[in-house]
Ligand binder design. Structure first.
Ligand SMILES: [Zn+2]
Length: 380
């Protein structure tokens, strides 16, 4: 289509030449190979057919469902995080709020690029990135579930961010001129959805509608009054916060491993208090591991694996070597007598819940000393 035009333009303005090394063709399809002999050419020269192409920063692949784009954005977010870690771990940033802000401004801005277009389908993928960040920030095990991290840090699900961007884009589309390209596409998708003549995974409107229906807002896509649309958006976002929190609490309570967490949890819609105390990374991590891990603690380059099935081999109490045994009972650690009452160590697991920094620091010190002792006993 271009070839009859460009030579004329370039002759008159000297500016428009098609660069064939950068020009590619992509054939969107559900799968399978291209028909043999499929060819595209520009004038005399043929154009390469590719399976994926980055256009305006978004990776398009032949299925057109942005699976690879989501992978790519997740990776970008994690790579961007690498530049943040140094600042975080050298103790330059101690305030919890600043840590989160740093994550959001550097990593999220990369990962959420154009998320209103591709995000709803890949919320789980983005949540993996969020979990990765919190696990490293707290220094806890990889197996700690997402719901527990969200409760500990009072951070909402990623669906909230994705939905915020998507709904804002919806409003933008509604207000766009009818002859703009995004609006033409939107109208076509909308019509197909309304007529029921669509394939769910390829229709953006249908995807949004399904997500909203789950939240009890199935009517949203039918609204045509901008005032009604604007009024619904904050309600939808609040609903997301409420329902995911309920789900997270429910998952925690059902969990055999983490059910006891309820007793250390403040239930206040705020991050756990110790996260706001001015702690070193080591202190913060040891407390976080005791609260969230399950039988394993990483400390001073040593991985302590607690003997959860068998009785503790370090003392003669005959109890399973759980965290509770380690902190509250095991006879091998002599400083418990000195600090036990003060740190409320007979009260498990409430002794891991803190109202003031002083106690938190003392417990961190107590745990560090005992982990060193444990390592010595094991390595002897
Ligand atoms: Zn013991």
């Amino acid at each position: 289509m271009l070839s009859p035009w460009c030579p004329n333009w370039s002759r008159s303005t000297g500016s428009l030449l098609v660069n064939l090394s950068k020009t590619k063709v992509m054939v969107f399809r559900k799968g399978g190979r291209l028909k043999a002999g499929t060819k595209f050419s520009y004038g005399e020269e043929s154009i390469e057919i590719v399976n994926e192409y980055v256009y305006l920063g978004v990776l398009f692949s032949q299925k057109g469902v942005f699976q690879k784009a989501a992978e790519m954005f997740k990776k970008k977010g994690i790579v961007a995080l690498a530049s943040v870690w140094k600042t975080l771990f050298q103790g330059k940033v101690t305030s919890w709020k600043s840590k989160i802000r740093l994550f959001e401004s550097i990593s999220l801005s990369c990962a959420l690029y154009a998320v209103q277009i591709w995000g709803l389908r890949y919320v789980t993928k983005l949540e993996e990135m969020q979990a990765y960040f919190y696990k490293r920030l707290l220094g806890v095990e990889r197996t700690v579930p997402g719901y527990l991290l969200r409760l500990e840090t009072a951070s909402p699900t990623f669906l909230l961010k994705v939905m915020k961007h998507t709904l804002a884009y919806w409003v933008k589309l509604i207000c766009m001129d009818e002859d703009s390209y995004p609006k033409i596409c939107f109208n076509a998708l909308y019509k197909a959805w309304r007529d029921g003549s669509f394939i769910r995974q390829y229709n953006w409107v249908a995807r949004l509608h399904t997500s909203l229906e789950k939240l009890g807002y199935g009517n949203f896509c039918h609204l045509d009054n901008i005032a009604d649309i604007m009024a619904d958006i904050p309600r939808i976002l609040t609903r997301i916060i409420d329902t995911t929190r309920q789900e997270d609490v429910c998952n925690m309570q059902k969990s055999k491993r983490h059910g006891k967490y309820a007793l250390m949890w403040d239930d206040e819609l705020k991050p756990a208090k110790y996260l706001n105390f001015d702690l070193t990374y080591k202190q913060l991590s040891i407390i976080a591991q005791m609260r969230l891990n399950d039988g394993r603690v990483y400390h001073e380059k040593f991985r302590h694996v607690f003997n959860l099935q068998n009785s503790c081999t370090l003392c003669n109490l005959g109890e399973e070597e759980t965290f509770q045994h380690f902190i509250c009972a095991c006879k091998i650690y002599p400083n418990r007598n000195r600090m036990g009452v003060h740190l409320n160590l007979s009260n498990w697991p409430q002794c891991l819940r803190f109202d003031n920094r002083e106690k938190c620091l003392q417990l961190a010190e107590f745990l560090q000393l005992n982990l060193r002792t444990r390592r010595m006993m094991i390595e002897e």
